[in-house]
Design a protein around this ligand. Structure first.
Ligand code: APR
Ligand code: ZN
Ligand code: ZN
Length: 354
């Protein structure tokens, strides 16, 4: 599925996928979720390197690998990730590969039939029957999982679960508040539930979202259009504030709520992505007067090779319901409709099944 130019409708085109070169793999895509980032690419909000090959939350089967690839082999069922870490940079060497600053993608280009080079969304481009990626973007998982469920871990759901279990380090008995209950916030709720949080307070401005949040494991809900969420969170946590507050909206007012809703020793995890012009003013005495930590979470600070197989196993054991994030499965030609539904907040995830 190609986005040919800024704000132009997406369309299906025949593409040419080269044989994998050294360190590359060609994957037969079986399922790929529709993410806000695909829409941002289409709108020209990320860069203007049109045409884009959209799609990046995907799972499929490795068809072929290039020279020097040993971690995956043809026939392996894999989830794709958009941060293939280098293993060499300072961040990687210091055991924080989620901050790797030399992540890589395939070096060869996929093209249209006339030779026009395609820019794959987040270096993946998986609204396609086949795609070319770096082998490090493929993580082998248990093949008995449904592909439409597996693919979700490639982006939004991993970002949310990871915000809770990796960045926030939510532990047994913790109180957690999640501000913004879209796909990412709901995944943070599911992650907190998985980690054994005692109380999970969901905050949103939409009652429909709060209802879904409850099904994901929220124990309390707060509609922040009707009730001051900071006061409500304090009240629900014995006056202290939550041990971990996860912000999954990306707006100044919700950043501020997250800042004030945490326990003095608590952690704020920022997952919502703000726009460049957004600013927040805080009294320095409040910054100084609060301990704990203020952290942002990138891609759930995940390590695909560690986290993807573990979360798929937990799903298969019935301990984490990843299937709850799939609102609908659709055909490749329905991506434009899925963008509409996403824009109106009607779906957690629409997943293209190929
Ligand atoms: N207070 C509380 N909730 C809000 C507010 C607000 N002021 N404004 C919006 N929301 C809620 C919406 O009602 C919705 O449920 O935040 C949720 C946002 O969900 P989605 O639009 O589905 O976005 P999602 O995919 O979950 O991503 C959330 O995380 O990774 C980032 O880029 C992503 O910034 C985005 C954020
Ligand atoms: Zn690195
Ligand atoms: Zn995404």
């Amino acid at each position: 599925m190609i986005a040919p130019g800024k704000d132009e409708p997406v369309r299906v085109e025949t593409i040419v996928v080269p044989d994998p070169g050294p360190g590359e793999a060609v994957v037969q895509v079986q399922a790929c979720g529709v993410c806000h980032t695909d829409l941002h690419y289409k709108q020209g909000g990320i860069n203007d390197e049109f045409p884009f090959l959209l799609g990046h939350e995907a799972a499929g089967v490795v068809e072929a690998v290039g020279d020097g690839v040993s971690d995956v082999a043809p026939g392996d069922f894999v989830i794709l990730n958009w941060r293939a870490v280098c293993g060499q940079c300072r961040a990687c060497r210091r055991g924080r590969p989620w901050y790797c600053f030399a992540t890589h993608n395939a070096t060869q280009k996929m093209t249209l039939l006339d030779g026009t080079e395609l820019s794959p969304a987040l270096g993946i481009g998986a609204f396609a029957e086949k795609t070319l990626v770096a082998a490090g973007q493929c993580t082998k998982v248990d093949p008995t999982v449904a592909p439409q469920v597996a693919g979700l871990l490639g982006c939004g759901v991993m970002a949310g679960i990871g915000a809770a279990i990796n960045t926030g380090n939510v532990g047994r008995g913790d109180t957690v508040a999640v501000i913004g209950c879209g796909g990412v916030g709901d995944a943070a709720i599911a992650g907190s539930h998985l980690a054994g949080a005692a109380k999970i307070i969901a905050v949103d401005i939409d009652d429909r979202k709060l209802e879904t949040a409850r099904s994901m494991g929220a124990t309390h809900t707060v509609n922040s259009r009707q009730t001051d969420p900071v006061e409500a969170i304090r009240e629900l946590t014995g006056g202290f504030g939550a041990d971990v507050v996860i912000e999954a909206v990306g707006r100044p007012e919700t950043y501020k709520q997250a800042f004030y809703a945490r326990d003095l020793a608590g952690t704020v995890v920022l997952v919502g992505v703000p726009t460049p012009e957004m600013k927040l003013e805080l009294p320095l005495l409040d910054v100084f007067g609060r301990g704990g930590a203020l952290k942002s979470s990138w891609y759930g600070d995940c390590l695909p090779s560690r986290d993807f197989p573990m979360l798929i196993d937990l799903h298969l054991q019935g301990r984490l319901d990843l299937g709850a994030f799939v609102t609908e499965t659709i055909e490749l030609t329905d991506v434009e409709k899925a963008f509409e539904r996403m824009h109106h907040g009607d779906v957690l995830r629409s997943v293209v099944v190929l």
